[in-house]
Design a protein around this ligand. Structure first.
Ligand SMILES: [Zn+2]
Length: 316
């Protein structure tokens, strides 16, 4: 028998399930589009069905429990999803208790970004460290903080909302309703916004050609930059500078051994690494400047593997 945990990654778009062995290996995987409008009962039924599927593929696994990564805010101790903005009807849902009763296994719940941080720490780019910050940059900016060998939770499990630290007095509105958040300047959405302004003003014809009649995205900018397009390189330079500003704050706050960058924009790290380093070099206190900024290793599996690690014996 191989020791393993069940895992769920509850997203607003996709619902994903896996059996994850104690080594971090994904032994079985299944996913389905989340019935986001169906309410908790419908989605919980989807979870039970997916878990049945992956369980059937791994009859030899000795299942120690189920770890669930779900959108925050949530209460990890009580196992309650407090309010999932991308899912209809998810208010104060005691998800851990419900799943535990249905499946007859112990269940632990964690914020999805924290789960991904745990995954990278235990099995990915953060292995061997005691302190790290995981930063995922895509539509928004999320993350998780590991300090002195444990995940930082804070009051009501809300610590580590790194995308919403204020980095500018410029009144740019963030998706959270705040002004000047890091996410409003450095997310993939922010990059796309700057790029589409530039295209609209005629300043980036190369990006405009790639996008055609579609809305301009960060992907178009990256593709143009790879072809050496000047305005695209300029936009990525600005993106990297904003990332460097926020990463410098994270260095000063948490003194991690490593900063781990994931998400769609994180995957561009080889193209923007140099500028990020330069920004950190200019802004961070000398003692922090040598901390490596590395790319996440687990991709989309980070959340699943991290959720499973909540139940695996050596989990923190
Ligand atoms: Zn915000």
């Amino acid at each position: 028998m191989t020791r393993a945990a069940l895992a769920i990654d509850l997203g607003g778009t996709d619902l994903r399930a896996a059996v994850v062995e104690a080594t971090g290996r994904v032994a079985a995987f299944a996913s389905t589009p989340t019935d986001a409008k169906g309410g908790p009962d419908a989605v919980i039924a989807q979870m039970v069905a997916l878990l049945g599927q992956v369980r059937a593929e791994t009859p030899e696994a000795d299942i120690v429990g189920l770890g669930v990564g779900a959108p925050g805010p949530l209460d990890p101790d009580a196992g309650i999803v407090v309010d999932a903005p991308t899912l209809v009807g998810w208010r104060n849902v005691p998800l851990a208790a419900i799943l535990s009763e249905r499946l007859g296994v112990a269940v632990r719940l964690e914020n999805d970004a924290n789960a991904a941080a745990l995954g990278e720490w235990r099995f990915g780019a953060g292995q061997g460290t005691q302190s790290l910050v995981f930063v995922t940059v895509s539509t928004g900016i999320g993350g998780g903080v590991i300090v002195d060998g444990h995940l930082l939770h804070g009051r009501r499990g809300l610590a580590g909302e790194i995308g919403h630290m204020a980095v500018s007095e410029r009144p740019v509105r963030c998706a959270c309703g705040g002004l000047g958040c890091w996410e409003a300047f450095a997310s993939g959405t922010a990059l796309a916004r700057e790029a589409s302004h530039l295209v609209a003003s005629g300043g980036a014809p190369g990006i405009g050609r790639l996008a055609g009649s579609d809305p301009v995205t960060g992907r178009h900018v990256a593709e143009a930059a790879r072809q050496g397009d000047g305005p695209a390189l300029q936009l990525l330079d600005e993106e990297a500078r904003w990332l460097g500003v926020g990463l410098t704050n994270l260095l000063h706050l948490y003194s991690p051994e490593r900063l781990i960058l994931g998400g769609g924009v994180g995957s561009l790290l080889p193209m923007i690494q140099e500028r990020i380093r330069r920004t950190i070099g200019e802004r961070a206190m000398a003692a922090f400047r040598d901390v490596p900024v590395v790319q996440a290793a687990l991709g989309r599996n980070a959340g699943l593997v991290g959720a499973a690690s909540l139940m695996l014996p050596e989990a923190s």
